[in-house]
Design a protein around this ligand. Structure first.
Ligand code: IMP
Ligand code: MG
Length: 176
């Protein structure tokens, strides 16, 4: 696999511009003592850029990380989600923003949202860089979406295929 086989879908500049307007949307919800939770691993680049755009907009979120994994049965996701790494802060009474890379079936984010609400968060909103429409297995409407993504396997900007290509500054699609 060669970098020149990766076609740019969303450029670094396009993403940076959208991050600013996403932060405007988030700021307009007037979160109180905002806790940003990045869902690892795929969201780490997006979350890093988003929190710095928040700083530029005068926001001061706390930031935590959560790692979730879906059990796989063969190649089919069973829909069971497990917490691999949990956050360290209590969420009771907090406004939480869950940040993820792609919303597809919605199982991962729904699991995380339900868990944090059950722990007593005041609100849990969701922010995803990409949304693949028509792929939802559970009902979840994300609060903030960077871009609608075509039904293609994408890499870059934190997203991987077998742990490769996370370093790309853009979101791209592998062409053979
Ligand atoms: P779901 O919404 O629970 O199905 O989970 C979506 C997760 O699947 C994302 O957070 C990614 O980790 C992964 N994923 C889905 N589509 C892609 C893709 O096109 N490229 C890389 N990862 C993907
Ligand atoms: Mg993910």
């Amino acid at each position: 696999m060669n970098r020149s086989n990766i076609r740019v879908l969303f450029s670094a500049e396009t993403i940076a511009e959208r991050n600013k307007t996403l932060v405007d949307e988030i700021a307009a919800t007037k979160p109180d003592r905002l806790l940003v939770i990045a869902v690892l691993k795929g969201s780490f680049v997006f979350a890093a850029d988003l929190i710095r755009a928040m700083d530029a907009a005068g926001m001061a979120p706390e930031v935590e990380f959560m790692s979730l994994s879906s059990y796989l049965e063969g190649t089919v996701s069973s829909g069971t989600v497990r917490v691999v790494h949990d956050i360290e802060s209590p969420v009771t009474g907090r406004d939480v923003l869950l940040v993820d890379d792609i919303l597809e079936s919605g199982r991962t984010l729904t699991y995380a949202k339900d868990l944090l609400m059950a722990r007593g968060a005041k609100s849990v909103r969701t922010c995803v860089l990409l949304e693949k429409p028509g792929k939802r297995a559970v009902h979840l409407i994300p609060d903030h979406v960077g871009f609608e993504c075509p039904d293609l396997f994408v890499v870059g900007y934190g997203m991987d295929v077998a742990h490769s290509w996370r370093q790309l500054p853009f979101v791209g699609v592998i062409e053979s």
